[in-house]
Design a protein around this ligand. Structure first.
Ligand code: NAP
Length: 256
């Protein structure tokens, strides 16, 4: 095997800086730990800084580099400030993972304006704000990876999730458009669409519903946060340099 092929398979992100939103727990925690294990310096973003202590502590304990930064992803001025701070700290930003997201489920007839607005603001507007802010330093560095965490709900729909599936379908449209806008600057933009993954978001559904869900998944299990982190790692790596505008489902075959 040539050294060139070996280095691409090794997924070495040494010297790159990454920013992960919603990094305190669940998928964001697994993604942050995985990018750091591959050598990236990781800015861990969440709504409050104290909640990031565990993720940042785990990265540092393993010898990695991480900085906790508090930011509400819907706060445009703060988003710009955080991206500027990362660029100042590490000299650039090469990888952005828009992961922060919430659910506020309700059937359409009972869905409140506040439930619609909260989900669209955090899941879709937050992804737009961080993508816009990160595009500047990435264009300057002529290198970048933006990975947006969508959901199979944005592809298939899901009863009770009009707000959530609309936000995730929006994330997919946003991903495809900015992949075209930024391709000329060597910036790839892709989405990962997880199915049901074992985190606080899904444990809120209760064991009875989860049993039914498992029966619908060809691989017969919920995903692990690491399954999603591995897909993000791949899309962040040099091995994925010719992939852009993709929606990669990580769902155990649910959408087949
Ligand atoms: P999670 O366990 O609830 O974690 C989400 C994190 O985002 C939490 O730490 C949360 O903080 C943070 N957050 C919420 N609002 C924020 C804001 N305005 N600004 C900054 N951070 C904020 O969720 P998860 O299951 O890991 O999901 C992560 C992403 O994957 C979401 O986009 C979700 O839609 C997507 N996804 C998940 C699944 C699944 O099965 N778990 C499936 C498909 C897609 P607080 O806890 O303090 O609010």
């Amino acid at each position: 095997m040539t050294d060139d092929i070996k280095s691409r398979i090794a997924t070495d992100l040494t010297g790159r800086s990454a920013l992960v939103t919603g990094a305190a727990k669940g998928l964001g925690r697994a993604i942050s730990l995985t990018l750091a294990a591959a050598g990236a310096k990781v800015a861990c973003i969440d709504i409050n800084e104290e909640s990031l202590a565990e993720t940042v502590g785990a990265i540092r304990a393993a010898g990695g580099t991480a900085e906790p930064m508090a930011c509400d992803v819907t706060n445009s001025a703060r988003v710009d400030e955080v991206v500027d701070a990362v660029v100042k700290l590490w000299g650039g930003l090469q990888i952005l993972v828009n992961n922060a997201g919430i659910t506020r489920d309700n059937m359409i007839l009972r869905m409140k304006d506040e439930q619609w607005d909260a989900v669209l603001n955090i899941n879709l507007k937050g992804t737009f704000l961080f993508s816009r802010a990160a595009a500047k330093p990435m264009m300057k560095g002529r290198q970048g990876r933006i990975i947006n965490i969508a959901s199979v709900s944005g592809l298939m729909g899901n009863p009770g999730q009009a707000n959530y599936s609309a936000s995730k379908a929006g994330v997919i449209g946003l991903t495809r458009t900015i992949s075209r806008e930024l391709a000329g600057r060597n910036i790839t933009v892709n989405a990962v669409a997880p199915g049901f993954i074992a985190t606080d978001m899904t444990s809120a559904l209760g064991e009875e519903i989860l049993q039914e869900i498992r029966k619908e998944i060809p691989l017969g299990r919920l995903g692990d946060p690491q399954d999603v982190a591995d897909a993000v790692l791949y899309l962040s790596s040099d091995a994925a340099s010719f992939i852009t505008g993709l929606v990669l489902t990580v769902d155990g075959g649910l959408t087949v």
